[in-house]
Design a protein around this ligand. Structure first.
Ligand code: ADE
Length: 259
């Protein structure tokens, strides 16, 4: 066991707790759970339903399609999760509802959230939750402008992003500092063996052993990918002199290529 201190505690409210095995039992995130760097508690609002049939959803007032998650089982689950987090010394847990109407998750948002040590995440189903539950919610977060059938995959997406930022989760080979978006740019291209694949050769510079040349090539590649695929990211980024010079080179090269 690498780490004795749990760095983030997640309490998840979900009608489908088994889905979270995909996060807790596999890959990099699975390792973080096994090494106790993160902890996960699953709450099923059905357990807090007071009627015989364990009902958690009902029709919407005013009519319309679909069902809503009822307030009481959700609020009771949030309160139980808060009590549990405070019993392990977390008194500032953030309650997040995953919903397409929330603030878009970005690298900046992940960095901001990673300051927090306790999360209570509502992974809602059906058409969403009774509006009055929002008195217990600190933040609404969306993972993109599309609608999924439930908040479980969005919750796991956000949790994965948070977990990989934690110290001790990734080893040197997997370092998160090299990820896309960390410096406001998309990642550069990568190559592995063989040196020649279907007549396509790995760029010579990567075989040169010249670290400075490789750094410059990678930065230029990052800028090129960003300029071509996500120019909006460049509008928000303050370029260094070196980056501005490389971008100018890229633009001249592209213009020449198009003649
Ligand atoms: N639940 C359903 N769709 C969602 C989305 N895009 N983001 C977050 N939660 C959701």
């Amino acid at each position: 066991m690498k780490n004795s201190k749990v760095l983030i505690t997640f309490d998840i409210l979900t009608l489908m707790p088994e889905m979270f095995l995909a996060l807790s039992d596999y890959g990099v995130t699975g390792r973080a759970f096994r090494e106790n760097i993160v902890s996960l508690n699953l709450w099923n609002p059905r357990e807090f339903s007071t009627d015989l049939h364990k009902t958690v959803d009902d029709r919407t007032y005013g009519g319309g399609p679909g069902m809503l998650m009822m307030a009481e089982p959700l609020v009771k689950s949030i309160e139980a999760a808060k009590k549990r987090q405070s019993a392990v010394g977390i008194n500032n847990s953030k309650v997040i509802h995953m919903t397409p109407r929330g603030k878009l998750l970005s690298h900046k948002k992940v960095k901001e959230l990673s300051e927090c040590e306790g999360f209570i995440i509502i992974a809602s189903r059906y058409e969403g939750i009774d509006e009055r539950v929002n008195d217990w919610v600190d933040e609404e977060i969306s993972i993109g402008d599309y609608v999924l059938s439930g908040g479980e995959l969005p919750a796991m997406t956000m949790m994965d992003c948070l977990i990989r930022q934690l110290p001790g989760v990734l080893n040197d080979d997997e370092s998160a500092t090299q990820d896309s978006f960390v410096n406001g740019l998309l990642d550069h291209s990568h190559f592995t063996r063989p040196e020649i694949f279907k007549k396509k050769k790995v760029p010579e510079v990567l075989l040169s052993g010249d670290h400075e040349k490789i750094r410059l090539w990678r930065l230029k590649e990052s800028l090129k990918h960003t300029w071509i695929k996500r120019p909006d990211l460049l509008d928000e980024k303050l370029l260094t002199k070196e980056e501005a010079r490389l971008l100018e080179e890229i633009q001249i090269e592209q213009e020449q290529d198009s003649i």
